[in-house]
Design a protein around this ligand. Structure first.
Ligand code: DC
Length: 228
């Protein structure tokens, strides 16, 4: 039977991962956090002493990396060469490294099949930057999540604080604005809304309000789909 794919794209801090995760849980779908894949590559580059923007270094490294997604107790874990790196890839340093490696076309190609195959085999809620435009252009439902830069930085700041990662709000906001710019202006698969995506602006919403809006969109679309 054909699987169902829900693509959720948008800038960092718009609430994609927490909303996508909650939505997947409600629907009984798999949640695929594609940012974690770029983070795992960025992390490996840093670990091996390379510069994430050095495309020659990064390209040379790719054949040595075996990146896998596993689902343990319903949670996504990313493995690189059989090591679970899921907890090490959340630092601000790895965020910047992920953004830099994600601008290298060879990295995007390297991670493409894994994302496509996962969606082919499972019902997925997949979040990222280019899911509705490049990875799953035929996704059943596409949502573009956004919020103001200040609100997104505030959320990311609180998230880091909760995890015990030191950072100032000003630095988080500056990083956010730089990453937004880089992600939207790179040549390969820049962040942009798919024409057939529905925009949801989460500024000022509680998590529950945003989840409710998304659930309604998804339910309507799934009903249309089963009725047609
Ligand atoms: O969603 P995130 O913050 O974990 O993503 C980390 C970086 O990876 C982000 O700066 C952009 C990049 N990325 C991407 O280019 N394409 C995706 N589908 C997901 C993330």
């Amino acid at each position: 039977m054909k699987t169902v794919s829900i693509a959720i794209d948008g800038p960092s801090g718009a609430g994609k991962s927490s909303l996508a995760k909650a939505l997947a849980r409600e629907l009984g779908f798999i949640y695929v956090d594609t940012g974690a894949l770029y983070r795992s590559v960025g992390y490996q580059v840093l670990k091996r002493g390379g510069a994430p923007s050095d495309s020659v270094f990064v390209k040379k490294l790719l054949p040595d990396l075996k990146v896998e997604l596993k689902y343990i107790d319903g949670s996504q874990r990313v493995f690189v060469n059989n090591q679970d790196v899921s907890d090490m890839i959340r630092t601000p340093e790895v965020s910047m490294a992920a953004s830099a490696v994600s601008a290298i076309p060879a990295v995007r190609e390297f991670l493409f099949d894994l994302q496509r195959e996962t969606a082919k085999k499972n019902n997925v809620v997949m979040d990222g930057r280019d899911i509705g435009t490049v990875v799953l252009p035929d996704a059943d439902i596409k949502i573009f999540l956004t919020a103001s830069p200040e609100e997104r930085a505030r959320r990311r700041f609180l998230e880091l604080k909760e995890k015990g990662i030191e950072a100032s709000f000003e630095d988080v906001l500056a990083d956010m604005i730089k990453r937004d710019y880089d992600d939207a202006n790179r040549q390969t698969a820049p962040l942009r809304k798919a024409e057939d995506a529905i925009t949801v602006d989460t500024t000022g919403n509680t998590f529950e309000q945003s989840l409710e809006i998304i659930k309604q969109i998804v339910q309507e679309r799934l009903n249309e789909r089963s009725g047609s």
